[in-house]
Design a protein around this ligand. Sequence first.
Ligand code: GRF
Length: 202
Amino acid sequence: KRVVAFISGSGSNMVRLAEACADPDFPAEIVAVFSDKPEAGGLTKAEAFGIPTFVFPRKNYTSKDAHEEAILDELERQQPDIVCLAGYMRLLSGRFISRYEGKILNIHPSLLPLFPGLDTHRRAIEAGMKIAGCTVHFVTEGMDEGPQIVQAAVPVLAGDTPADLAARVLTVEHRAYPLALRLFAEGKVRMEDGRAVVVGAA
Ligand code: GRF
C-alpha cells in the first residue's frame, strides 16, 4: 500500500512509520512526505530514509483553497492508498476529505473523545486525569472526531508538567501509529458508514 505522510514539525511519528515500513513484510511503504512548513524538522529525517519530500508553504499561495489545491494536485500524482497525518497542524477541507474518505489516518495526543483540539496535555493535567494517551483515528469532516482505530494509555503522574506528559504519550504514539497503519493496510480494519469496522479477527 502506498502511503503519503503529512507533517508540520519534528515528524517523530512519521519516522516511526518509515521505520515500520522499512520492514519488507510490512504491508505499506511511504512514497512521499508532504509538509506545509519548509522548516519542519521531519523533512530532513524523511530525506535520510530516501523518501521524496514536497513542501507547500502557505505564504506561496493566495488562498487556503489554492494552497490545498496544490497539495491535492501533487497528492493525486502520488496515487496514495493511504494518507497519514502525523503532526500535521492544518484542518483538511471537506473537498480533501471526501476525495480520500476512509483512507486518511491521524494521530491525536489524547484519549478521544476527551480533549480534542490543542494543548491536550495541559488540559488533561488541569482536569485531574490519572490516565492520558493517544488516539489513531480515521479523519472525517469534524476535527479529531473520526472513528477510532487504536488508542494507547499512559499514567499521569503527580507533578507532571505538560512536557513530561507529552514525552510519555509520545512513546506510546510511536507504537500505536505503526500498529494502526498495519491493521488498516492489511485490511483488518476499515471505515464503514462512519464507523471503524474490524474485519475478521483483529
Ligand atoms: C504529537 O504529539 C502528535 O500527537 C501531534 O503532534 C505531536 C508531534 O508529532 N499530532 P511529531 O513528532 O511531529 O510526529
